[in-house]
Design a protein. Structure first.
Length: 399
């Protein structure tokens, strides 16, 4: 069995490839980083360092892998034509080029093995990813969507946290990756044209949209809330795990996550129970506190204009709560804290985009951020409730 995996980055090497390689699959990476490609071909494997605060770090060897240069279109198409399955772990920005490569591979596959479907696991955490990729593949094939029926596009919810490898170790070994022990790949059972692969750790669900929202509005929102609230409490804190040593920060972060959980239960009553969602919150807070990950407050909280976007983790969670009439004052507190998030990186700097945003937010206030950056409309009743709640939080903070 062969998996063609677009993306030899952190998620590809630490999560997707190990799952399939351990199940006996051959994994062929497709990447444009020639250092990584050459090293994979020279060695045929690499190590994943699994880190956990409660146990010593351990190295897990991944073998049976090779790689091809993503710029070699003919080689990529040939690999896809002979694959049993494909996967992507490239990030939203690279989905366009990958879709074109998939189209070329699908055309070659049809030529050499007509009628053999291709399933592609989209390990991207991108809403409506399958629809986006299908449209791009169809456009590259110059056909309509109905003529991509032999292409299965499988959305996922990626919950694995992958820390940055220390610089000195990365310099010694460009292939090594660190990861937490969590190893569950949630996939859309309805996206496959063939069948769900018999790979331990792959968990197929019927409502992938619910799990994508759970990841965004509990996991991502809670992670960001811990960074913003932790920095507001103590600007000197550097590790994300250290923010959860602060009783007020962990309490406020938990409350924000539980408010999102309440709204998700209302949104997906046939998928989630209150008990299961509370267990998810507890598990995530334990994982956030994993000191061995070495994750920094700056990394988790940076890129404020994107993370405070309308459909992203903080504002999206508040809108979901508002639509279901649920309380979201704790999430609003996290938004307010983000407006003062000046936690620098290791060199003492902020990103230019964050520096500009913080300057504008400091001068113009929460209402400006909510309408200009978060794209909320005061004339919309749901948006107006979010604006009012955050502005009320601003007033109580400055009172």
């Amino acid at each position: 069995m062969k998996l063609v995996l677009f993306g030899a980055g952190n998620i590809g090497r630490s999560f997707i490839a190990p799952l399939f390689a351990r199940a006996g699959w051959d994994v062929v990476f497709v990447d444009v980083n020639t250092t990584i490609v050459d090293a994979l071909n020279d060695r045929g494997g690499y190590d994943v360092v699994v880190v956990d605060s409660d146990a010593p770090a351990r190295r897990v060897a991944v073998s049976g892998v090779r790689a091809i240069d993503g710029r070699d279109a003919a080689a990529v198409a040939k690999e896809i034509a002979g694959a049993d399955m494909a996967a992507t772990a490239v990030g939203k920005a690279a989905l366009g080029p990958v879709s074109r490569a998939l189209a070329a591979g699908l055309a070659e596959r049809r030529r050499v093995s007509a009628g053999r479907p291709l399933d592609v696991i989209l390990a991207e955490n991108v809403r409506d990813c399958a629809e986006t990729v299908r449209a791009a593949v169809a456009a590259a094939l110059a056909t309509d969507g109905e003529q991509t029926d032999d292409l299965g596009l499988v959305e996922t919810s990626i919950g694995k946290m992958v820390p940055i490898v220390p610089g000195d170790e990365a310099a010694r070994d460009p292939l090594i990756v660190y990861a937490e022990p969590y190893n569950t790949l949630i996939v859309d059972a309805n996206g496959f044209r063939t069948r769900v692969p018999a790979v331990p750790g792959v968990s197929a669900v019927d409502r992938i949209d619910a799990y994508v929202d759970r990841k965004l509005f509990i996991h991502n929102m809670g992670h960001a809330a811990a960074a913003y609230l932790g920095c507001a409490h103590d600007r000197s804190v550097r590790l994300l795990s250290a923010t959860l040593d602060q009783p007020s920060t962990i309490g406020r972060t938990r409350r924000a996550m539980e408010q999102s959980a309440d709204a998700l239960e209302a949104e997906y009553p046939t998928v989630f129970t209150a008990t299961a969602l509370r267990e998810n919150v507890d598990d995530l807070l334990r994982r956030f506190a994993n000191r061995a990950l070495g994750d920094t407050v700056h990394r988790v909280g940076r890129d404020l204009p994107r993370k405070l976007g309308r459909d992203d983790r903080i504002v999206g969670a508040m809108l979901l709560c508002a639509r279901h009439g649920r309380c979201f004052d704790a999430i609003a507190d996290a938004y307010r804290a983000a407006l003062g998030f000046d936690c620098p990186d290791e060199s003492g700097a902020l990103t230019p985009a964050d520096r500009g945003f913080l300057s504008d937010a400091g001068e113009r206030g929460a209402r400006w951020a909510l309408t200009s950056v978060s794209s909320l409309d005061p004339a919309d009743p749901v948006d107006a409730r979010v604006i009012a709640t955050v502005v009320a939080s601003e007033r109580s903070t400055t009172a």
